[in-house]
Design a protein. Structure first.
Length: 240
């Protein structure tokens, strides 16, 4: 059985994945923005899930989350699920936090990053971005393009780790809204599969419902990937 960290797992797809993985007998480490939010997953904690807490929009708190995770031991897989759709927190939560956690959490065997089909509408430009989140300088689509490019870069640079990104579809979560047309169960099955299955020992893929899809071409551009890594390293002071 695997030990799996899922960021942003107090609700939505993260919580659904945690529930399924616990049902399958895996050890799950939940993450919430603060300790108060963990009350929403009390039932999962009572079943043996561990938990860490910290606001991923804050660099210092993200570093602390990494320390909390490392204190629990080595993870077999990390599902970078946490994300926001609007507002100034988009770059810190959707891009900076996954970068920092990837750099600081003891390296697992598998890494999964939650992208979006909307990344195809993102702009492959790093000009004028405010990584601090004090100003809105990027859209949700931009952030998911950056995250998908980052996942591809990690897959390239860490050949000993299975690294993939996932489009969960437009599913009826708090973010997706009640009218979302996609299947909620399929929305979290792919990341569970990539985190645990012997049939998912693959890397560098962009997945939708357990099928590989073609991501935005810019995400596969090694020059763009390297520019993105350099920007994130400069901002955080932390090397991948």
């Amino acid at each position: 059985m695997a030990r799996i960290l899922i960021t942003g797992s107090a609700d939505g797809l993260g919580r659904a994945a945690a529930q399924t993985l616990l049902d399958e007998g895996h050890d799950v480490v939940l993450h919430a923005r603060n300790r108060e939010r963990l009350t929403a997953v009390r039932a999962l904690l009572d079943r043996g899930a561990a938990a860490v807490a910290g606001d991923l929009a804050d660099v210092a708190q993200t570093r602390d989350v990494a320390e909390q995770v490392n204190a629990l031991g080595t993870m077999d897989a990390v599902i970078h699920n946490a994300g926001v759709y609007t507002g100034a927190r988009i770059l810190p939560v959707n891009v900076v936090a996954p970068y920092l956690l990837t750099a600081l959490v003891r390296r697992p065997a598998r890494l999964i990053y939650l992208s979006s089909g909307m990344h195809h509408g993102g702009r492959p430009s790093l000009r004028g971005l405010d990584w601090t989140g004090r100003r809105v300088t990027a859209s949700y689509s931009d952030s998911k393009l950056f995250l998908t490019a980052f996942a591809a870069a990690v897959a390239r640079l860490w050949p000993g780790v299975y690294v993939n990104s996932v489009d969960p579809g437009w599913v009826p979560t708090k973010m997706g809204g009640p009218g979302a047309p996609d299947d909620l169960r399929l929305g979290h099955r792919t990341q569970e599969w990539l985190a645990t299955s012997d049939d998912a020992r693959t890397t560098g893929g962009y997945w939708y419902h357990q099928q590989q899809r073609e991501p935005h071409p810019a995400t596969q551009d090694e020059h763009f990937q390297d520019e993105l890594l350099a920007e994130l390293e400069k901002f955080t002071g932390t090397s991948l």
